[in-house]
Design a protein around this ligand. Structure first.
Ligand SMILES: [Zn+2]
Length: 272
């Protein structure tokens, strides 16, 4: 595993960057990597058993992202605080940025927050995560490196009582330059069910990190959702990490069209 750096790009305890100087074409994010709650939030009024469920994080997603980072020489940006405190993969005006209910579970510690409490969470979680990704992409662009941004998530096998049949889903909007060959390569392997825009789609407002950092700049991007029972142990994490690393390696570089020119973030700040 590559050395993990907190110093060069990450300046807050809520975000961590692994392999920041990786020269590969890919950059991975893990937006829901951790179920950690800083002491000042207590348990947000939840029973301890709730804090290990998918409502707190994406179980198994980070180890898969770490394998991808290592195999592809790719930087990885991860959150270090539970999405119960704040969901970094949401725009600031999203009603579920700091959600009072997750799936069917009420989160008492998120009810009735003052404007100051809300802003403190944004300053602690959302800003460092997105500023770190911004700086990373800009630094890479200055070095002449292409960036293909991929976020790695996991989803619960049963949501609100409904079974989800897909083993993996690839989420994309109308720019399918990266996701289309990714879906095709997964389907070609066979033996598992691939969802295109399942179990979510960008219409569910789950595509924010990629919209903000990749789509706004014309960068290739895709969102990976792996069903979390597939990656609950090291063997499953390795299976999916190695499988995806092999596919991403195979996608480079000829099968993908050249992305449009880089546009600096300041030109698109108004879209946030
Ligand atoms: Zn997620």
């Amino acid at each position: 595993m590559e050395t993990t750096s907190r110093g060069k790009l990450a300046t807050a305890d809520s975000v961590r960057v692994t392999n920041p100087d990786g020269n590969g074409a890919y950059v991975f994010t893990c937006d829901h990597a951790s179920n950690f709650l800083p002491a000042e939030y207590g348990t947000l009024g939840l029973a301890a058993s709730e804090l290990t469920r998918h409502i707190a994080w994406d179980p198994g997603a980070l180890p898969v992202a770490q394998i991808l980072s290592e195999r592809l020489g790719a930087p990885l940006v991860e959150t270090c605080i539970s999405r119960l405190v704040l969901d970094c993969n949401r725009p600031l005006d999203a009603p579920d940025l700091i959600s009072p209910v997750s799936e069917t579970t009420a989160i008492p510690g998120n009810e009735g927050l003052s404007a100051a409490d809300r802003q403190a969470r944004i300053d602690r979680c959302w800003k460092p995560f997105h500023e770190t990704i911004d700086r990373l992409i800009e630094t890479r662009a200055a070095r002449g490196l292409e960036t293909r941004l991929v976020s790695v998530h996991s989803f619960t096998p049963v949501y609100k009582g409904v079974d989800r049949p897909w083993h993996i889903g690839i989420i994309h909007d109308d720019d399918a330059r990266l996701s289309a060959p990714l879906i095709a390569a997964l389907q070609q392997q066979g033996g598992f069910t691939v969802g295109a825009n399942q179990p979510y789609s960008p219409a569910d407002r789950v595509y924010f990190t990629l919209e903000r950092h990749a789509r706004s700049r014309g960068l290739l991007c895709a969102m990976i959702e792996i069903r979390n029972d597939e990656i609950r142990d090291k063997a499953g994490q390795k299976k999916w990490g190695e499988r995806l690393a092999g596919i991403f390696t195979g996608l480079e570089p000829a099968r993908l069209p050249k992305p449009p020119p880089f546009r600096p973030l300041h030109s698109i700040e108004g879209t946030i």
